[in-house]
Structure formats: C-alpha cells, structure tokens
Design a protein around this ligand. Structure first.
Ligand SMILES: Cc1cc2nc3c(=O)[nH]c(=O)nc-3n(C[C@H](O)[C@H](O)[C@H](O)COP(=O)(O)OP(=O)(O)OC[C@H]3O[C@@H](n4cnc5c(N)ncnc54)[C@H](O)[C@@H]3O)c2cc1C
Length: 406
C-alpha cells in the first residue's frame, strides 16, 4: 500500500470509515489535487444482526447516532461536489460501479471485523490503493519506537511519547462555531465542534476537569467528546490543538494536562490493537492467559437489564440502556462487577457495551475490558472495584442512584 500524499491528478473513490468529517481530512482537505472524488460508507456486516445472547448487535441509539453522522457528512460532501453513497453491505458495493477504474483510499482500522471488511472490499477492487492512519494523536509512523517495541504498560508509553512530543499535526484545523449550544448528543462534525467550543471556551469546564471527571450526573463532568472521536467526526489532533491553544491563551493547569493524558490512553489502546490484533477479542486477551468463566445467561441478563440488586451497577446499566451513555466511573464498576462479582466472561460484557454505547470503539472498549479482567498488560494483576465503597465515595448523597432507580 502507498502513502496518500503521493497521489496527484487521479480519479479517487474514498471509503469513509471512522473518519466521518470534512475538515482535517487527508483526502477532503486536498480535493484540488485530484481529477475527481466520489465516496462511500459500508455498514458493518452485523448491522442488523442479533447477538447470540439475544440483543441487537447495534442498538437503535447507536444506529441513530451513526446515521446522523452519515447524513451530515453526505450534505457536506454534496456542497463540495463529492458524490457519497451508503451501502448496507459489501454485496451492495459489488453491485454498484463505484470502485470501477478508480484509485481507492481509506483510513485503516484494526479490529478483526474491520479487517475482514477491508479484505472483502479489496477483493472487489483491482486498482491502486492508498491508506492512512489518522485516528490517533500519535500515529504509528511518528512513534519514538517501533510499534513492536511499544512499552507494554501505559506510563512508560505516555512518558516516551510526551518526551519526544511526537504528536501528529492537523492538516487543516476546523474553525469553532461562533455561537454554540451546551450539549447536543447528535452525530456529526458540527455537534462535535459545538461541544469542543462549549467545553473549552464558553464554560471553561476544562479548567476543572481533573476534579470533576469522576462524576456521573449530568453532561458536564467530562468532555463527552468520545462519541464524535469514535466516528472521527472530530480528530484527536484537532482536540489536542485546541487544548494547547486554550493553555496558551486562557489557562494551563493540571486539568488541561489531564485531558491530553486521557487522549493518550485512547492512543495507547489503539496502538495496542494495531500490535496485537485478534488477541484483543479473545478470552485470554493479549496475555493469552488461560482463564475460565461461568456461562450463566440468567445472571448476565440481570446485569444487562440493571437488575442485579447492586444499586450502583443497576443505576449505571439503566442509564446505558436509556441513553446509550455511561460515565467512565460507571463503566469501570459495571465491568468489574460482571467479571469479578458474577464471574462471567468479560467478552459478554464487552459485547453488550459494544451494542449500546454510542461512543463504541473496538480498541477502547475491548482494551478497557481486558484491563479490568486482568488479561491486558497492566502492572496490576486485575482491577476489582468494591461497588458499595465506590457508591459511597462517588455518590454519597445517592443523587445518581435516585435518578435512575426511582
Ligand atoms: C469497560 C469500559 C469500556 C469502555 N468503552 C469505551 C468505548 O467503547 N469507547 C470509548 O471511546 N471509550 C471507552 N471507554 C473509555 C472511557 O470510559 C470513555 O472514553 C470516556 O468515559 C468517554 O467520556 P468523555 O469523552 O467525557 O471522556 P473524557 O474523560 O473527557 O476524556 C477525553 C477523551 O479521552 C479518551 N479516554 C478517556 N478515558 C479513556 C480510557 N479509559 N480509554 C480510552 N480512551 C479514553 C476518550 O476518547 C475521551 O473522549 C471504556 C472504559 C471502560 C472502563
């Protein structure tokens, strides 16, 4: 495969995947370099499937958020003269003529299912192929080490990347909207930029992020950028550039640093997925640890409906089912409870969050689940949370639990 910046004067077809934006985009930012560009998106093969554990592989809320993103993208591409089609599967792609005699470009994605879909698309295409890796803040070609020599745990990874400052540069930094609204959980580049503006410059919530980030009530305790980052409605490097701008023009403190720190956790899991591939989705994880779990569907169902009898877990699962969202604090607790209190296979829990979370991302979801299960590379053998202690610490007055359990 070739580097995209080598392409000039060709007719392209771009396959949108988790790069659903027009700004800071490798192809769309350089439309004048090509003789013509058309584009397409293909839904995941399991888009309409039921999981063997009897829930939709993609919940309605996930589909709505994704389809909002695709509609906004289609409208923006239309104004740029780019014809954009959405296919339900690779059969529909095959029946169309869109790939014919064109150069194909796309962003690489690394989960097992995404690589299968990539292989299926490449079978249908006979022309040149150019790919890029712009999902992360630090891409694998700018690392201060070879990918296979990546530190196994997060702290040395973060220290090395920070020390060498090898963050990728934006191609074109999008302007933030003049006016913004506080929170609109809708897929697309415009709502993403709105949220970024609100979280930084309108509310200055970012300046207290380190103190608020363990919250569970409302929409302002953390950036809430993850759903848009997952679809690529906004790039991590755009978020990074605006945080740095905020630090240079408003305030730089432990909280502004901490948001960058969290973006590096995201990169850590993305790069680990690139390195370890299929092992991310297997029971023994990247440690390939022999491990056994109960196959108790009744207990799993109680957990997924929010009927375990543990207040904190139940409140979080009900929030997830009602909204497609759960805080990071909640995710850690529900995952720990399923694995360490109920003894159930972490992949069942990961598949359920995959179906429900509007910010679902393979590396972040399965990477975090592996960590809690103790099958990722973590200095601790596993992460077990005492959910009752956590409830007392983070929801002492029961505001959160009352919100979802009453
Ligand atoms: C069991 C479990 C499953 C998870 N599944 C997903 C998932 O499918 N998709 C997803 O984006 N995140 C996932 N996370 C990570 C984290 O919970 C969310 O990224 C975060 O809660 C999103 O809220 P925010 O955007 O307000 O984050 P903020 O706290 O504002 O952080 C800013 C950004 O940093 C990144 N980030 C923060 N924490 C993490 C983390 N632990 N791992 C990776 N990236 C992180 C996200 O991109 C986030 O948007 C999961 C965590 C756990 C424990």
């Amino acid at each position: 495969m070739n580097a995209v910046n080598e392409i000039k004067n060709k007719s392209l077809v771009h396959w949108f995947r988790n790069d659903q934006r027009v700004s800071d985009h490798e192809i769309i930012s350089r439309l004048d370099d090509f003789t013509g560009v058309s584009a397409f998106y293909i839904h995941a093969e399991k888009y309409t499937d039921q999981h063997p554990l009897q829930f939709d592989c993609l919940s309605k809320k996930r589909k709505t958020f994704l389809n909002e993103s695709l509609s906004e993208l289609a409208a923006k591409l239309d104004t740029l003269g780019v014809n954009f089609k959405v296919f339900n599967n690779t059969r529909e792609l095959q029946e169309s003529a869109i790939l014919k005699a064109k150069t194909l470009t796309y962003q690489r994605c690394y989960s097992t299912e995404e690589r299968k879909q990539e292989a299926a698309v490449l079978e249908l295409h006979t022309g040149d192929v150019y790919t890029f890796d712009h999902f992360t803040l630090v891409d694998q070609y700018n690392l201060p080490f070879e990918l296979h020599q990546m530190p196994k745990t997060f702290t040395p990874f973060k220290n090395k990347v920070g020390e060498f400052g090898c963050y990728s540069e934006t191609i074109s930094l999008p302007l933030l909207p003049q006016n913004s609204i506080s929170f609109e959980l809708k897929g697309g580049e415009n709502p993403a930029l709105n949220r970024l503006k609100y979280y930084l410059y309108d509310s200055h919530l970012i300046a207290a992020y380190k103190e608020t980030r363990n919250g569970m009530v409302g929409t302002d305790y953390s950036s809430r950028l993850s759903p848009w980052l997952a679809l690529g409605n906004i790039s991590a490097r755009t978020v990074f550039d605006y945080i740095v701008h905020y630090e240079n023009t408003v305030v730089s403190n432990a909280s502004t640093y901490w948001l960058i720190f969290e973006l590096l956790w995201r990169d850590f899991f993305q790069l680990q997925l690139q390195l370890h591939g299929d092992a991310f989705f297997q029971k023994g994880g990247i440690q390939r640890k022999p491990i056994s779990y109960k196959q108790d569907k009744r207990l799993f169902e109680q957990w997924s409906y929010g009927h375990t009898g543990d207040d904190l877990v139940d409140a979080n699962m009900r929030e997830l089912n009602a909204t497609g969202w759960m805080s990071n604090r909640g995710r850690q607790n529900v995952a720990s409870y399923l694995i360490h209190d109920l003894g159930i296979d972490w992949r069942w829990g990961a598949a359920y969050l995959e179906s429900q979370l509007i910010d679902y991302d393979p590396a972040s979801n399965y990477g975090n689940w592996m960590y809690i299960a103790g099958v990722g590379h973590d200095p601790r053998p596993f992460r077990k949370f005492n959910t009752r202690g956590q409830a007392e610490r983070y929801d002492a007055d029961k505001t959160y639990r009352n919100l979802w359990l009453k």
